[in-house]
Write a protein that binds this ligand. Structure first.
Ligand SMILES: Nc1ncnc2c1ncn2[C@@H]1O[C@H](COP(=O)(O)OP(=O)(O)OP(=O)(O)O)[C@@H](O)[C@H]1O
Ligand SMILES: [Mg+2]
Length: 278
């Protein structure tokens, strides 16, 4: 079997002073070029796991390998995209996209040919993302969807083997989000990157993922892994197909069951009972 892109064994993480593990005994392999999505109730450790894979967070025990090597910190091969597009407001769109690459060329004392090649890729990414007309614009002149496209282009600049995305479309409206879904699937096919994608939106998770990993909180753990049986058959109509809706309902129900919200509802009933008797 090929070495998995990511191999996680009995990985646990406890934040200092916390009473439960943010991550408990996580076991998971992610294959190269896989598109895997993560869902689960708030606080179940999705971001923590993603940040750990990204090297932004350390783990307390267990093993985390990327390309067969232990993760010791961030790496250009693992690019991250967050919900809030962290663009540099003082740079134009094209400068934002080129920036990291230019910095890398500069620090490695690379030749100007390197910088020129990077600039060709920046232009290609600009076209791929449909941003040609906005190359010279400032971030604050762009809509949220456009800013996120710049952030994705910037993440792709260094040809990362992995894209780690934490609710990247969470702040976008439904229409823009649909466009972004097809765009990111296109990028996945074209760039052959391994994509790990965290979302609150179960429909998004099924539509994009080859597998959907459902996590549960307190302690943060993997509850269920769903294989998504639609292969490359993904178009917007799929979202209304009975088998798609069935899987969506199953996952939503499981999130509800694992979220602890049931206990909260009981509390609420108790509260209103108290209010009535008062
Ligand atoms: N820097 C930190 N220090 C202490 N505890 C933290 C820290 N970051 C996260 N946690 C805790 O770890 C647990 C997992 O948090 P995490 O942010 O990974 O959850 P999540 O699944 O991404 O939630 P959400 O869906 O709300 O984004 C939570 O209990 C959270 O309070
Ligand atoms: Mg999170």
């Amino acid at each position: 079997m090929n070495t998995p892109k990511v191999s996680i064994r009995a990985l646990s993480k406890r934040f200092e002073g916390a009473s439960v593990n943010a991550l408990q005994q996580i076991d998971l392999d992610i294959a190269a070029n896989e598109f895997v999505t993560f869902v689960g109730a708030s606080g179940c450790g999705k971001s923590t796991l993603l940040r750990t894979i990204g090297g932004l967070e350390t783990h307390s025990s267990g093993e985390l390998l990327v390309d067969g090597r232990p993760v010791t910190g961030p790496d250009v091969d693992r690019a991250m995209v967050f919900q809030h597009y962290s663009l540099y407001p003082w740079m134009s769109v094209i400068e934002n996209i080129r920036f990291c690459r230019q910095l890398a060329a500069h620090t490695r004392q690379r030749s100007s040919a390197d910088v020129e090649a990077a600039s060709g890729r920046a232009d290609a990414l600009l076209r791929l993302m449909g941003l040609e007309a906005s190359a010279q614009a400032w971030p604050n002149q762009l809509s949220g969807g456009m800013q996120q496209r710049v952030a994705i282009a910037r993440a792709l600049m260094g040809r990362p083997g992995m894209l780690l995305m934490d609710e990247p479309f969470g702040a976008l409206d439904a229409q823009t989000r649909e466009v972004m879904h097809d765009l990111i699937r296109h990028v996945h096919r074209l760039e052959k990157a391994t994509i790990v994608f965290v979302t609150h939106d179960v429909e998004e998770a099924i539509y994009l993922g080859g597998r959907v990993v459902l996590m549960a909180p307190r302690p943060g753990r993997i509850d269920t892994i769903y294989e998504v049986p639609f292969g490359d058959r993904r178009d917007q109509d799929l979202k209304h197909a009975p088998e798609f809706l069935r899987l969506k309902r199953e996952i939503l129900e499981r999130i509800r069951e694992t979220s602890g919200m049931k206990t909260d509802l009981e509390q609420l009933q108790r509260l209103s009972g108290l209010a009535e008797s008062a």
